[in-house]
Design a protein around this ligand. Structure first.
Ligand code: PLP
Length: 387
Protein backbone atom coordinates (compact mmCIF):
# COMPACT_ATOMS: atom_id res chain seq x y z
CA UNK A 1 0.00 0.00 0.00
CA UNK A 2 1.33 3.40 -0.93
CA UNK A 3 1.62 5.94 1.88
CA UNK A 4 1.26 8.91 -0.47
CA UNK A 5 -1.40 11.28 0.88
CA UNK A 6 -3.62 12.82 -1.75
CA UNK A 7 -5.59 15.97 -0.97
CA UNK A 8 -8.70 15.86 1.22
CA UNK A 9 -10.36 18.03 -1.42
CA UNK A 10 -9.83 15.44 -4.16
CA UNK A 11 -11.00 12.63 -1.87
CA UNK A 12 -14.21 14.51 -1.03
CA UNK A 13 -15.23 14.70 -4.72
CA UNK A 14 -17.56 11.75 -5.43
CA UNK A 15 -17.29 9.71 -8.59
CA UNK A 16 -19.96 10.34 -11.24
CA UNK A 17 -22.45 7.44 -11.14
CA UNK A 18 -22.88 7.59 -14.92
CA UNK A 19 -19.21 6.68 -15.36
CA UNK A 20 -19.57 3.75 -12.90
CA UNK A 21 -22.11 2.16 -15.25
CA UNK A 22 -20.19 3.16 -18.39
CA UNK A 23 -17.07 1.45 -17.03
CA UNK A 24 -19.02 -1.64 -15.86
CA UNK A 25 -20.52 -1.94 -19.38
CA UNK A 26 -17.04 -2.45 -20.89
CA UNK A 27 -17.03 -6.10 -19.83
CA UNK A 28 -20.24 -6.98 -21.75
CA UNK A 29 -20.64 -7.53 -25.51
CA UNK A 30 -23.22 -5.69 -27.62
CA UNK A 31 -24.30 -3.23 -24.91
CA UNK A 32 -26.92 -0.61 -25.83
CA UNK A 33 -25.61 2.59 -24.25
CA UNK A 34 -28.45 4.75 -22.95
CA UNK A 35 -26.47 6.00 -19.93
CA UNK A 36 -24.25 8.62 -21.48
CA UNK A 37 -25.18 11.99 -23.02
CA UNK A 38 -23.26 11.56 -26.22
CA UNK A 39 -24.88 12.43 -29.57
CA UNK A 40 -24.67 9.53 -32.04
CA UNK A 41 -24.97 12.00 -34.94
CA UNK A 42 -21.55 12.63 -36.53
CA UNK A 43 -19.82 16.01 -36.39
CA UNK A 44 -20.91 17.70 -39.66
CA UNK A 45 -18.22 17.30 -42.40
CA UNK A 46 -17.91 21.08 -42.92
CA UNK A 47 -16.69 21.36 -39.32
CA UNK A 48 -14.19 18.49 -39.71
CA UNK A 49 -12.85 20.06 -42.93
CA UNK A 50 -12.30 23.39 -41.17
CA UNK A 51 -10.18 21.57 -38.56
CA UNK A 52 -8.10 19.90 -41.29
CA UNK A 53 -7.57 23.27 -42.99
CA UNK A 54 -6.52 24.82 -39.66
CA UNK A 55 -3.88 22.10 -39.23
CA UNK A 56 -2.62 22.58 -42.81
CA UNK A 57 -2.43 26.33 -42.24
CA UNK A 58 -0.32 25.77 -39.11
CA UNK A 59 -2.96 26.96 -36.64
CA UNK A 60 -1.57 24.55 -34.08
CA UNK A 61 -0.26 26.90 -31.42
CA UNK A 62 -1.53 28.39 -28.16
CA UNK A 63 -4.31 30.91 -28.61
CA UNK A 64 -4.99 33.75 -26.15
CA UNK A 65 -6.27 32.42 -22.77
CA UNK A 66 -9.79 33.69 -23.51
CA UNK A 67 -9.84 31.93 -26.90
CA UNK A 68 -9.01 33.15 -30.40
CA UNK A 69 -10.38 36.61 -31.15
CA UNK A 70 -11.93 35.28 -34.40
CA UNK A 71 -14.00 32.71 -32.48
CA UNK A 72 -15.06 35.20 -29.81
CA UNK A 73 -16.10 37.64 -32.55
CA UNK A 74 -18.08 34.88 -34.28
CA UNK A 75 -19.83 34.04 -30.97
CA UNK A 76 -20.59 37.72 -30.38
CA UNK A 77 -22.07 38.07 -33.92
CA UNK A 78 -24.15 34.91 -33.48
CA UNK A 79 -25.53 36.23 -30.16
CA UNK A 80 -26.50 39.48 -31.91
CA UNK A 81 -28.06 37.75 -34.93
CA UNK A 82 -29.94 34.95 -33.18
CA UNK A 83 -30.78 36.53 -29.83
CA UNK A 84 -30.55 40.27 -30.38
CA UNK A 85 -27.89 40.58 -27.64
CA UNK A 86 -24.92 42.94 -27.76
CA UNK A 87 -22.20 40.90 -26.01
CA UNK A 88 -18.68 42.32 -26.24
CA UNK A 89 -15.79 39.89 -26.81
CA UNK A 90 -14.45 40.95 -23.38
CA UNK A 91 -17.38 39.10 -21.80
CA UNK A 92 -16.72 35.83 -23.66
CA UNK A 93 -14.23 33.15 -22.55
CA UNK A 94 -13.79 30.09 -24.76
CA UNK A 95 -13.32 27.03 -22.55
CA UNK A 96 -12.64 23.31 -22.57
CA UNK A 97 -16.25 22.32 -23.13
CA UNK A 98 -19.13 23.59 -21.01
CA UNK A 99 -17.50 21.69 -18.13
CA UNK A 100 -14.45 23.93 -18.35
CA UNK A 101 -16.67 27.03 -18.28
CA UNK A 102 -18.60 25.80 -15.23
CA UNK A 103 -15.51 24.66 -13.35
CA UNK A 104 -13.64 27.92 -13.96
CA UNK A 105 -16.71 30.02 -13.09
CA UNK A 106 -17.00 28.12 -9.79
CA UNK A 107 -13.30 28.59 -9.04
CA UNK A 108 -13.65 32.30 -9.78
CA UNK A 109 -16.68 32.77 -7.49
CA UNK A 110 -16.36 30.33 -4.57
CA UNK A 111 -14.07 30.55 -1.55
CA UNK A 112 -13.73 27.81 1.08
CA UNK A 113 -17.05 27.36 2.90
CA UNK A 114 -19.09 29.43 0.41
CA UNK A 115 -22.43 27.96 -0.62
CA UNK A 116 -23.90 27.36 -4.06
CA UNK A 117 -27.50 26.30 -4.68
CA UNK A 118 -27.94 23.43 -7.13
CA UNK A 119 -31.09 21.81 -8.55
CA UNK A 120 -32.23 18.39 -7.31
CA UNK A 121 -32.55 16.47 -9.56
CA UNK A 122 -29.58 17.98 -11.32
CA UNK A 123 -26.36 17.22 -13.15
CA UNK A 124 -23.86 15.67 -10.67
CA UNK A 125 -20.86 17.66 -11.91
CA UNK A 126 -22.18 20.82 -10.20
CA UNK A 127 -21.72 19.23 -6.77
CA UNK A 128 -18.34 17.82 -7.83
CA UNK A 129 -17.08 21.19 -9.05
CA UNK A 130 -18.28 23.09 -5.97
CA UNK A 131 -16.70 20.49 -3.67
CA UNK A 132 -13.46 20.71 -5.61
CA UNK A 133 -13.40 24.47 -5.02
CA UNK A 134 -13.85 23.94 -1.25
CA UNK A 135 -17.46 25.13 -1.36
CA UNK A 136 -20.67 23.59 -0.08
CA UNK A 137 -23.47 22.63 -2.45
CA UNK A 138 -27.01 23.16 -1.19
CA UNK A 139 -29.66 21.31 -3.22
CA UNK A 140 -33.03 22.95 -3.88
CA UNK A 141 -35.91 20.74 -5.02
CA UNK A 142 -37.51 20.71 -8.46
CA UNK A 143 -40.90 19.32 -7.52
CA UNK A 144 -42.98 17.06 -9.77
CA UNK A 145 -46.15 18.83 -8.59
CA UNK A 146 -44.68 22.05 -10.09
CA UNK A 147 -43.84 20.28 -13.35
CA UNK A 148 -40.18 20.34 -12.16
CA UNK A 149 -40.08 24.14 -12.55
CA UNK A 150 -37.94 25.81 -9.84
CA UNK A 151 -39.91 27.65 -7.12
CA UNK A 152 -38.63 31.02 -5.88
CA UNK A 153 -39.76 30.16 -2.29
CA UNK A 154 -37.67 26.95 -2.29
CA UNK A 155 -34.61 28.89 -3.39
CA UNK A 156 -35.15 31.89 -1.15
CA UNK A 157 -35.59 29.62 1.89
CA UNK A 158 -32.07 28.26 1.33
CA UNK A 159 -30.23 31.57 0.91
CA UNK A 160 -27.71 32.40 3.65
CA UNK A 161 -25.05 35.11 3.98
CA UNK A 162 -22.60 32.57 2.46
CA UNK A 163 -24.62 31.90 -0.70
CA UNK A 164 -22.55 32.97 -3.72
CA UNK A 165 -24.13 31.21 -6.69
CA UNK A 166 -27.47 29.91 -7.90
CA UNK A 167 -27.15 27.18 -10.52
CA UNK A 168 -30.00 26.84 -13.01
CA UNK A 169 -30.19 24.47 -15.97
CA UNK A 170 -32.77 24.68 -18.73
CA UNK A 171 -33.33 22.55 -20.76
CA UNK A 172 -32.29 20.34 -17.90
CA UNK A 173 -30.27 17.23 -17.42
CA UNK A 174 -31.66 14.77 -16.23
CA UNK A 175 -35.38 15.70 -16.56
CA UNK A 176 -35.54 17.59 -19.84
CA UNK A 177 -37.65 20.35 -18.33
CA UNK A 178 -37.64 23.77 -20.04
CA UNK A 179 -38.19 26.66 -17.61
CA UNK A 180 -41.17 28.87 -18.46
CA UNK A 181 -40.51 32.54 -19.26
CA UNK A 182 -42.31 33.64 -16.07
CA UNK A 183 -40.02 31.41 -13.97
CA UNK A 184 -36.94 32.88 -15.60
CA UNK A 185 -38.32 36.39 -14.94
CA UNK A 186 -39.11 35.53 -11.31
CA UNK A 187 -35.62 34.11 -10.68
CA UNK A 188 -34.00 37.15 -12.29
CA UNK A 189 -36.10 39.35 -10.02
CA UNK A 190 -34.94 37.31 -7.01
CA UNK A 191 -31.30 37.66 -8.10
CA UNK A 192 -31.71 41.41 -8.43
CA UNK A 193 -33.46 41.71 -5.05
CA UNK A 194 -31.02 39.46 -3.13
CA UNK A 195 -27.84 40.44 -4.99
CA UNK A 196 -27.32 36.86 -6.12
CA UNK A 197 -25.21 35.63 -9.05
CA UNK A 198 -27.00 33.18 -11.36
CA UNK A 199 -24.89 30.57 -13.14
CA UNK A 200 -27.12 29.44 -15.98
CA UNK A 201 -26.11 26.22 -17.71
CA UNK A 202 -27.66 26.55 -21.18
CA UNK A 203 -25.63 23.89 -23.01
CA UNK A 204 -28.87 22.26 -24.30
CA UNK A 205 -30.52 25.53 -25.39
CA UNK A 206 -30.62 24.48 -29.07
CA UNK A 207 -32.40 21.19 -28.29
CA UNK A 208 -35.88 22.30 -27.39
CA UNK A 209 -39.31 20.79 -28.20
CA UNK A 210 -41.51 23.58 -26.82
CA UNK A 211 -40.86 26.09 -29.60
CA UNK A 212 -38.67 28.43 -27.57
CA UNK A 213 -36.28 28.07 -24.70
CA UNK A 214 -36.07 31.22 -22.53
CA UNK A 215 -32.51 32.26 -21.65
CA UNK A 216 -31.34 33.91 -18.43
CA UNK A 217 -28.95 36.00 -20.49
CA UNK A 218 -30.43 39.43 -21.32
CA UNK A 219 -29.08 42.79 -22.18
CA UNK A 220 -30.20 44.21 -18.82
CA UNK A 221 -28.86 41.39 -16.61
CA UNK A 222 -25.21 41.95 -17.29
CA UNK A 223 -24.10 42.18 -13.67
CA UNK A 224 -25.69 39.10 -12.13
CA UNK A 225 -25.92 36.39 -14.79
CA UNK A 226 -23.22 34.09 -16.12
CA UNK A 227 -24.27 31.72 -18.88
CA UNK A 228 -22.54 28.60 -20.13
CA UNK A 229 -22.80 27.22 -23.67
CA UNK A 230 -21.19 24.35 -25.54
CA UNK A 231 -20.57 23.06 -29.05
CA UNK A 232 -20.71 19.47 -27.72
CA UNK A 233 -24.42 18.71 -27.96
CA UNK A 234 -25.60 21.20 -30.60
CA UNK A 235 -22.97 20.22 -33.18
CA UNK A 236 -22.15 16.65 -32.01
CA UNK A 237 -18.69 17.80 -30.93
CA UNK A 238 -18.31 16.16 -27.49
CA UNK A 239 -14.72 15.05 -28.19
CA UNK A 240 -13.57 18.43 -29.55
CA UNK A 241 -13.97 20.05 -26.11
CA UNK A 242 -15.18 23.53 -26.90
CA UNK A 243 -17.63 25.60 -24.89
CA UNK A 244 -17.79 29.18 -23.63
CA UNK A 245 -18.80 31.35 -20.75
CA UNK A 246 -20.54 34.70 -21.06
CA UNK A 247 -19.97 36.67 -17.85
CA UNK A 248 -19.74 40.23 -16.54
CA UNK A 249 -16.33 41.62 -17.59
CA UNK A 250 -14.68 41.49 -14.12
CA UNK A 251 -15.64 37.80 -13.76
CA UNK A 252 -14.64 37.01 -17.35
CA UNK A 253 -11.22 38.54 -16.59
CA UNK A 254 -10.74 36.22 -13.58
CA UNK A 255 -11.89 33.17 -15.55
CA UNK A 256 -9.47 34.12 -18.34
CA UNK A 257 -6.65 34.24 -15.78
CA UNK A 258 -7.70 30.81 -14.46
CA UNK A 259 -7.51 29.40 -17.99
CA UNK A 260 -3.74 29.91 -17.71
CA UNK A 261 -3.71 27.97 -14.42
CA UNK A 262 -5.63 24.97 -15.73
CA UNK A 263 -5.43 24.65 -19.53
CA UNK A 264 -3.86 27.81 -21.04
CA UNK A 265 -6.50 27.61 -23.74
CA UNK A 266 -8.70 25.03 -25.41
CA UNK A 267 -7.27 23.32 -28.51
CA UNK A 268 -6.58 25.78 -31.36
CA UNK A 269 -7.76 23.24 -33.94
CA UNK A 270 -11.03 22.71 -32.07
CA UNK A 271 -11.52 26.46 -31.89
CA UNK A 272 -11.20 26.67 -35.69
CA UNK A 273 -13.77 23.87 -35.94
CA UNK A 274 -16.11 25.74 -33.59
CA UNK A 275 -15.85 28.83 -35.78
CA UNK A 276 -16.97 26.70 -38.74
CA UNK A 277 -19.86 25.35 -36.65
CA UNK A 278 -21.14 28.90 -36.25
CA UNK A 279 -21.11 29.25 -40.06
CA UNK A 280 -23.47 26.25 -40.48
CA UNK A 281 -26.75 27.22 -42.18
CA UNK A 282 -29.65 27.82 -39.75
CA UNK A 283 -31.45 24.80 -41.26
CA UNK A 284 -28.87 22.58 -39.53
CA UNK A 285 -30.27 23.41 -36.09
CA UNK A 286 -33.85 22.64 -37.21
CA UNK A 287 -32.77 19.32 -38.68
CA UNK A 288 -30.85 18.30 -35.54
CA UNK A 289 -33.74 19.33 -33.33
CA UNK A 290 -36.14 17.36 -35.56
CA UNK A 291 -34.12 14.16 -35.07
CA UNK A 292 -34.20 14.43 -31.27
CA UNK A 293 -37.86 15.44 -31.26
CA UNK A 294 -38.77 12.35 -33.30
CA UNK A 295 -36.83 10.08 -30.93
CA UNK A 296 -38.34 11.77 -27.89
CA UNK A 297 -41.83 11.04 -29.26
CA UNK A 298 -40.92 7.38 -29.94
CA UNK A 299 -39.49 7.03 -26.42
CA UNK A 300 -42.55 8.58 -24.75
CA UNK A 301 -44.82 6.29 -26.79
CA UNK A 302 -42.99 3.09 -25.76
CA UNK A 303 -42.79 4.17 -22.12
CA UNK A 304 -46.50 4.98 -22.05
CA UNK A 305 -47.43 1.70 -23.78
CA UNK A 306 -45.42 -0.19 -21.14
CA UNK A 307 -46.73 1.79 -18.18
CA UNK A 308 -43.28 3.10 -17.17
CA UNK A 309 -43.57 6.34 -15.15
CA UNK A 310 -41.69 9.30 -16.64
CA UNK A 311 -41.78 13.07 -17.29
CA UNK A 312 -42.11 13.70 -21.05
CA UNK A 313 -38.98 15.74 -21.90
CA UNK A 314 -39.42 19.28 -23.25
CA UNK A 315 -35.78 19.68 -24.27
CA UNK A 316 -32.26 18.16 -24.07
CA UNK A 317 -32.12 14.39 -24.73
CA UNK A 318 -32.77 12.72 -21.39
CA UNK A 319 -35.67 11.11 -19.61
CA UNK A 320 -35.94 10.01 -15.96
CA UNK A 321 -37.81 6.75 -15.52
CA UNK A 322 -39.55 5.58 -12.36
CA UNK A 323 -38.43 1.95 -12.38
CA UNK A 324 -37.64 0.97 -8.78
CA UNK A 325 -38.92 1.57 -5.26
CA UNK A 326 -38.62 5.16 -3.99
CA UNK A 327 -35.60 4.38 -1.82
CA UNK A 328 -34.02 1.63 -3.86
CA UNK A 329 -30.27 1.83 -4.52
CA UNK A 330 -30.39 2.75 -8.20
CA UNK A 331 -26.71 2.04 -8.84
CA UNK A 332 -27.37 -1.61 -7.92
CA UNK A 333 -30.52 -1.47 -10.03
CA UNK A 334 -28.64 -0.07 -13.05
CA UNK A 335 -25.95 -2.76 -12.63
CA UNK A 336 -28.66 -5.42 -12.44
CA UNK A 337 -30.37 -4.06 -15.58
CA UNK A 338 -27.01 -4.02 -17.37
CA UNK A 339 -26.26 -7.59 -16.34
CA UNK A 340 -29.67 -9.01 -17.34
CA UNK A 341 -30.39 -7.00 -20.48
CA UNK A 342 -27.08 -5.49 -21.64
CA UNK A 343 -28.78 -2.12 -21.62
CA UNK A 344 -26.77 0.57 -19.81
CA UNK A 345 -28.78 3.26 -17.97
CA UNK A 346 -27.66 5.99 -15.55
CA UNK A 347 -28.50 5.52 -11.84
CA UNK A 348 -30.96 8.16 -10.59
CA UNK A 349 -29.26 8.81 -7.25
CA UNK A 350 -26.29 10.35 -9.01
CA UNK A 351 -28.64 13.28 -9.82
CA UNK A 352 -29.67 13.81 -6.18
CA UNK A 353 -32.04 12.59 -3.48
CA UNK A 354 -35.20 13.01 -5.53
CA UNK A 355 -34.27 10.48 -8.18
CA UNK A 356 -33.23 7.56 -5.97
CA UNK A 357 -35.05 4.51 -7.33
CA UNK A 358 -35.08 6.02 -10.83
CA UNK A 359 -32.83 5.66 -13.83
CA UNK A 360 -32.05 8.12 -16.62
CA UNK A 361 -31.94 7.21 -20.28
CA UNK A 362 -30.50 9.29 -23.09
CA UNK A 363 -32.17 9.36 -26.50
CA UNK A 364 -29.06 10.64 -28.26
CA UNK A 365 -28.76 7.18 -29.78
CA UNK A 366 -29.79 5.82 -33.16
CA UNK A 367 -33.58 5.16 -33.47
CA UNK A 368 -33.33 1.35 -33.76
CA UNK A 369 -30.99 1.08 -30.75
CA UNK A 370 -33.25 3.31 -28.69
CA UNK A 371 -36.38 1.24 -29.44
CA UNK A 372 -34.55 -2.04 -28.84
CA UNK A 373 -32.98 -0.78 -25.60
CA UNK A 374 -36.23 0.54 -24.13
CA UNK A 375 -38.16 -2.57 -25.21
CA UNK A 376 -35.60 -4.83 -23.50
CA UNK A 377 -35.72 -2.66 -20.39
CA UNK A 378 -39.54 -2.71 -20.31
CA UNK A 379 -39.62 -6.50 -20.76
CA UNK A 380 -37.13 -7.02 -17.94
CA UNK A 381 -38.94 -4.64 -15.57
CA UNK A 382 -42.24 -6.41 -16.23
CA UNK A 383 -40.68 -9.76 -15.27
CA UNK A 384 -38.72 -8.41 -12.26
CA UNK A 385 -39.97 -9.74 -8.92
CA UNK A 386 -41.32 -7.07 -6.54
CA UNK A 387 -38.47 -5.83 -4.27
N1 PLP B 1 -24.00 20.83 -18.55
C1 PLP B 1 -24.79 19.75 -18.58
C2 PLP B 1 -26.12 19.82 -17.94
C3 PLP B 1 -24.35 18.57 -19.21
O1 PLP B 1 -25.16 17.51 -19.25
C4 PLP B 1 -23.07 18.55 -19.82
C5 PLP B 1 -22.57 17.32 -20.43
O2 PLP B 1 -23.11 16.24 -20.33
C6 PLP B 1 -22.29 19.73 -19.77
C7 PLP B 1 -22.78 20.84 -19.11
C8 PLP B 1 -20.92 19.84 -20.34
O3 PLP B 1 -20.71 19.29 -21.57
P1 PLP B 1 -19.38 19.65 -22.39
O4 PLP B 1 -18.26 19.84 -21.41
O5 PLP B 1 -19.13 18.48 -23.27
O6 PLP B 1 -19.66 20.90 -23.12
Amino acid sequence: MSSIAVSERALRVPRAGIRVIFDAAQKYEGVIHLEIGQPDLPTPPEICRAAEQAIEAGETRYTPNAGSLKLRQAISSMMARRRGLDISTGRIVVTTGGMGALASAVQAMIDTGDEALIPDPGWPNYHMQITCAGGVSVPYPLRPENGFQPAVEDIEARLTPRTRLLFVNSPSNPIGVVYRQEKVDALLELARRRNLMILSDEVYNDICFTGSCPSFLRQDTESFVMAVYSFSKTYSMTGWRVGYLVAPEPVAAQVTKLQEVFYACTSSVSQAAAEAALRMPDGYLDEMNGVYHRRRNALVRILTENGIGHFAPEGAFYCLLQVGQANEDSTQLALEILDRTQVAVAPGETFGEFSRGMVRVSFAVEDGQLEEGISKLAKYLASRPAQ
